[in-house]
Design a binder for this molecule. Structure first.
Ligand SMILES: [Cu+2]
Length: 330
């Protein structure tokens, strides 16, 4: 049975176009380190919190037909919805909603389906892309349209490589993706109550691109278009927050504090030049992370010259640049 299912999965993964969906929001893996070190081991895992309305739970074939959501398929999604219409805020018995505290670590699990590596699987030589999360900013706010899956509604920092924490068994030139995970920490500024999230696999090529100082570890990846989504909720408990957003737009509260301290305490390179370091208020206002360093630039026409800056003067995270905004600086 197990072998059968595995070969059926490989067959479907190879024949179908690339696809994935979120299987579990709160995964407990009792032998993660051991299985990572030795992928031949059976992964011991249980799911404590599920995505919305997970009625075919565990039935991979059924879910690949009736649960995942092909965001950009205009005939299946003519209204441009962010969630499959059956993914309403329902949690049948046995597949409960996730309950979590701010600051809690969650291990999300999605299907690799043969797409975890550039040099193997299908399609061959394609970047596996990123998985990331979106949130409407407050409790009980629903993200309804795919057009709302923007950097503005991105949960800052909630973005990882599709196969970053995966357990993959390699045999010759074949891979068996035993489990793909996305480790994430619930933001500390979420108030108590139900919060709706959208998990997305950014896999297609976007029309926008990333600024020159783009840091893949921390910055929203504008070069990838979301292809597949799954919707879920988290019931937040034990929070002392009072309803500020999880997004960068609320930099007047919690989220600005770390960046503000970067502005005052870290060193940055003026004009991106190693010969011109400065610290704190002696520096130009527009800061860009570049690996473990920072580059800083003066305003140009009253604005930060590239998108995606942290503006230390206005205490504000600016939006990522489109490729059109980049033009004068290339
Ligand atoms: Cu696929």
């Amino acid at each position: 049975m197990k072998l059968q299912l595995t070969s059926l999965i490989s067959l479907l993964a190879a024949s179908a176009s690339a696809h994935s969906w979120l299987e579990c929001v709160d995964t407990e893996v009792s032998n993660y380190e051991a299985a990572k070190a030795n992928p031949e081991l059976e992964v011991q895992q249980t799911c404590k919190g599920f995505p919305r309305n997970k009625v075919s739970n565990g039935d991979w074939i059924q879910e690949s037909k009736t649960y995942l959501w092909d965001l950009n398929n205009d005939s299946l999604n003519p209204d441009g919805l962010a969630c499959r219409p059956s993914q309403t805020n329902d949690y049948p018995s046995g597949v409960p909603m996730t309950t979590a505290r701010p600051g809690q670590a969650l291990r999300l699990r999605h299907w690799g389906n043969g797409h975890s590596r550039y040099d193997m699987g299908s399609p061959l030589n394609k970047d596996p892309g990123v998985v990331r999360l979106y949130h409407g900013g407050r409790k009980e706010v629903e993200i309804r349209l795919k057009s709302e899956l923007t950097e503005q509604n991105w949960v800052k920092g909630a973005q990882a490589n599709f196969s970053a924490n995966a357990i993959i068994q390699i045999t010759g030139s074949k891979m068996n993706e035993k489990a793909n995970y996305f480790d994430w920490t619930v933001p500390s500024n979420l108030e108590n109550g139900r919060h709706m999230f959208v998990w997305a696999w950014g896999w297609g090529s976007a029309v926008t691109s990333n600024p020159p100082n783009f840091n893949p570890a921390t910055d929203y990846n504008n070069a990838l278009m979301n292809s597949w989504t799954t919707c879920f909720d988290i019931l937040i408990e034990g929070s002392t927050a009072t309803g500020s957003d999880s997004q960068t737009s609320t930099s007047s509260t919690g989220s600005s504090a770390p960046a503000t301290s970067i502005c005052s305490s870290k060193e940055c390179l003026k004009g991106g030049m190693a010969a011109n370091p400065c610290t704190g208020s002696d520096c130009p206002p527009c800061w860009y992370a570049a690996g473990d360093k920072y580059n800083c630039f003066d305003y140009k026409d009253g604005k930060c010259p590239f998108g995606g800056a942290y503006d230390c003067k206005k205490n504000l995270q600016t939006r990522g640049a489109t490729r059109f905004q980049r033009t004068p600086f290339e």
